[in-house]
Ligand binder design. Structure first.
Ligand SMILES: Cc1cc2nc3c(=O)[nH]c(=O)nc-3n(C[C@H](O)[C@H](O)[C@H](O)COP(=O)(O)O)c2cc1C
Length: 194
């Protein structure tokens, strides 16, 4: 089904994960607002299990510590990205030390808030699972009990025409999603709304 516009919130509608980024730095005040938005996400028992490590391209050593962890395929398009953020989840509950089942969920929700805030400020975000988690742990000094979750590229939109041909094709490809009937069930599993 073709994507309909004007049905959902415009920030959700506008957001997508670009490959073409401009090298223009992200203003410090905007960086802080991204984390302020993440801060106000809900979390199980208000544990706030998320942590974020970030580096801007200007701080080249710190930035490369993050950039070097990226999978080859991500490095190609992320070469202009001015800001990298790593989300990290506290694995165990601060109440009882037991595994926090919701740690990843809640960390993802904080990133969801960050995405909305970014979009509202004219920024674009492209998350990545394609990075070396062990190298990230080592390069960034992440202690035991905390898990690197997603590397998050943030910046302004670049020109698609400046990308290599294969990435231009990827950037221009139609965005697809499952139909509601494939993932929304009424009353019980696999039961359609119809
Ligand atoms: C946790 C996570 C990991 C992802 N890993 C990668 C990645 O390593 N490389 C990449 O190019 N895109 C990655 N993506 C981006 C997804 O491919 C993208 O969000 C999805 O195709 C939907 O496209 P959209 O964000 O433009 O709507 C990742 C997204 C998420 C949320």
């Amino acid at each position: 089904m073709e994507k309909q516009t004007g049905i959902i919130n415009e920030l959700i509608e506008k957001r997508y994960s670009p490959l073409a980024f401009d090298s223009k730095p992200v203003e410090e005040v905007k960086i802080l607002k991204l984390f302020e938005a993440a801060r106000w996400a809900p979390s199980s028992r208000n544990e706030q299990p998320w942590r974020f490590i970030y580096a801007t391209r200007e701080e080249s050593d710190a930035f490369n510590n993050m950039y070097d962890t990226l999978a080859e395929g991500n490095r190609v398009w992320a070469k202009n990205v001015p800001l990298l953020i790593l989300s990290v989840a506290a694995r165990n509950s601060s109440f009882n030390g037991k595994p926090n089942y919701y740690a990843m969920h809640d960390t993802g929700m904080a990133v969801g808030n960050l995405l909305v805030q970014a979009t509202d400020m004219g920024l674009y975000v492209h998350q990545m699972g394609g990075f070396d988690k062990e190298m990230a742990r080592e390069n960034l000094g992440i202690p035991d009990g905390f898990d690197p979750v997603a590397m998050i590229a943030v910046g302004y939109r670049g020109r698609t025409d400046d990308l290599p041909a294969d990435l231009q094709k990827r950037e221009k490809a139609e965005r697809t999603r499952n139909e509601l009937s494939e993932f929304v069930f009424k009353s019980s599993w696999n039961k359609s709304r119809g």
